[in-house]
Design a protein around this ligand. Structure first.
Ligand SMILES: [Zn+2]
Ligand SMILES: [Zn+2]
Length: 68
């Protein structure tokens, strides 16, 4: 099984990034498709998806406001 880093973000999402081939995979330089977590890295940030969501402009901020 090939080794992957697990990145744990503060939003509780996890992403895996490739770290090293296992022996059979190294021979063909192709990832075997099985993941084993080598190291878990804690990141004090939101993942890309959440970051995108959080930094989106508040396009609906002025909707729903009623004039008296
Ligand atoms: Zn492998
Ligand atoms: Zn996230």
């Amino acid at each position: 099984m090939c080794r992957y880093y697990a990145h744990n973000f503060i939003c509780k999402h996890t992403t895996h990034s490739f770290a090293a081939f296992c022996e059979p995979a190294a021979l063909i330089q192709t990832r075997c498709g099985n993941h084993t977590i080598w190291q878990t890295i804690y990141i004090e940030e939101y993942c890309d998806d959440c970051k995108m969501f959080i930094t989106q402009p508040h396009t609906f901020a002025h909707q729903g406001r009623r004039s008296a």
